[in-house]
Write a protein that binds this ligand. Structure first.
Ligand code: ACO
Length: 438
């Protein structure tokens, strides 16, 4: 099987959102903290009529329709999500309604969850399936769906909500370079959800930032080693056109790319120019641990990497800056941003992806792009991503009240939802959920 990877992609995010500038003022944060400090413009959230299930129903329905894919042709369906509603009952089973209608119940796969990493686990499972002996010739379908909400406090502006669907198969315009894949997995308590009665995580923000960067370093080191063994030459950031990162907020993405640049400097890569070498020299003897705490290094590396950041990373930041952290969907919304803005010049290019989920799990992997065949072409994927962006506290209060609740009806106010969107209508006394389609 050649070029197994992503054939088609669609994204859905709720129409309800809050401007970070307004949230700053509301929270009494200093002006610029969320917009410049975190680098975010806007944040989407689910109102009471939407949730991870309705968003996933919407996006799957929409992808099948837009690309005219017969539901019978799906042989594996995997969901990545960390927003657990029915705990033991997977979101995948909800999506089966769409396939049962066409008589297709022969679909492998369930949900994967580990913070923001579940979508990547689902994607790797589907790719592995198509590459394996168990493949029956049909498509894989990956769904990432999450609503990221935090308790009042510094983490709240780093929420977001969206669902992404990706169709998987051979001869894909976005294919996996499966040999170039490196993971870093470890046990940490940086972010977790031990309180089953609350939608909010317990989060150690500073620790989660450091863990993210340590995981990035470790994956990049392994990735470079594997590349060098197979390709017989050194890997540096000049070997990929774009770098796409899991995006909790834009500032961390800026810091991450700077960190890769610092790694290239430490590995003596020829891609690091003399001026940068001089500026980074004072930090060449920092021990690993110290290097994560050094504000001077952070600033110096961001400064020397700035030009390359604008070229290799900035195109991926469009959706994450507008929608916020979409947890499992975040990395793939960033990829969609590159496809949307750069599809005409991607033929033959490489994109390196970094997926991180607290707790922690992380993988760096490589994608190779080619024009593709209609309808599974880069230009068609870009044209289908047409849903791009143009009473937060009260809504969250209501959601806190509703989370894990039973026996209630929603307002069924769908005035802001586009036609075709699924929405929650009621939860009965047995916690069973009911949805309608507008
Ligand atoms: N103007 C411009 N910049 C400002 C301003 C201002 N008025 N005020 C603060 N800043 C800058 C700070 O200098 C800092 O930038 P720097 O790191 O480049 O120096 C940035 O804004 C953030 O300010 P902090 O004081 O560091 O922010 P705080 O500690 O209040 O919260 C945090 C940030 C920890 C990220 C919090 O939002 C959080 O916990 N989020 C959830 C956890 C998270 O997203 N972790 C990421 C990986 S794990 C995951 O995906 C869930």
């Amino acid at each position: 099987r050649k070029d197994v990877g992503i054939l088609a992609m669609d994204i859905y995010f709720p129409p309800t959102c809050v401007q970070q500038e307004a949230l700053e003022a509301h929270d009494g944060a200093s002006k610029g903290k969320y917009t410049i400090g975190l680098g975010q413009d806007c944040m989407a959230f689910c109102s009471e009529v939407e949730d991870v299930i309705s968003m996933s129903l919407t996006v799957v329905n929409s992808l099948l329709k837009k690309y005219n894919v017969d539901p019978k042709l799906i042989g594996r369906l995997e969901v990545g999500s960390e927003t657990v509603i029915d705990k033991s009952k997977s979101i995948k089973t909800w999506l089966m309604q769409i396939f049962e209608e066409s008589g297709n119940t022969d679909i492998e796969g369930v949900d994967s969850s580990n913070a923001c990493y579940g979508g990547t686990a689902a994607l790797l499972n589907c790719v592995n399936w198509v590459e394996s002996n168990s493949w029956d010739g049909r498509y894989g379908l990956v769904v990432c769906t999450d609503s990221a909400v935090y308790a009042e406090g510094p983490a709240r502006p780093t929420g977001g909500a969206a669902a992404i669907a990706m169709l998987i198969g051979p001869n894909a315009p976005i294919s996996f370079e499966s040999k170039y894949r490196a993971s870093h997995m470890a046990h940490v308590y940086d972010f977790y959800k031990p309180d089953l009665a609350s939608e909010y995580p317990v989060v150690d923000g500073k620790l989660s930032q450091t863990c993210y960067l340590m995981a990035l370093d470790s994956c990049y080191r392994q990735f470079c080693n594997k590349y060098e063994k197979i390709a017989g030459k050194q890997f540096s950031i000049s070997d990929a056109e774009y770098f796409v990162f899991h995006s909790p907020y834009n500032k961390l993405v800026q810091k991450s790319f700077a960190r890769l640049y610092y790694n290239d400097f430490m590995r003596n890569c020829s891609s690091v120019d003399d001026d940068a070498k001089e500026k980074l020299q004072p930090f060449s003897n920092l021990a690993g641990e110290e290097s994560y705490q050094s504000r001077d290094l952070e600033k110096a590396s961001q400064q020397v990497a700035k030009n390359l950041y604008d070229i290799k990373v900035q195109p991926s930041t469009l959706l994450p800056k507008q929608i916020g952290n979409m947890y499992t969907a975040s990395l793939y919304a960033a990829l969609a941003s590159v496809l949307y803005t750069k599809h005409a010049s991607l033929d033959g290019q490489r994109i390196v992806m970094f997926s991180y989920g607290s707790g922690l799990t992380s993988t760096m992997f490589s994608l190779k792009l080619n024009g593709g065949q209609h309808p599974f072409s880069l230009s068609n994927i870009a044209s289908m991503l047409d849903t791009l962006p143009e009473k937060f506290v009260e809504t969250l209060k209501l959601m806190e009240h509703r989370y894990g609740a039973k026996d209630f009806e929603t307002s069924k106010d769908t005035s802001l939802l586009p036609p075709g969107t699924f929405y929650l209508t009621r939860v009965d006394s047995m916690y069973r959920r009911f949805y309608d389609q507008k």
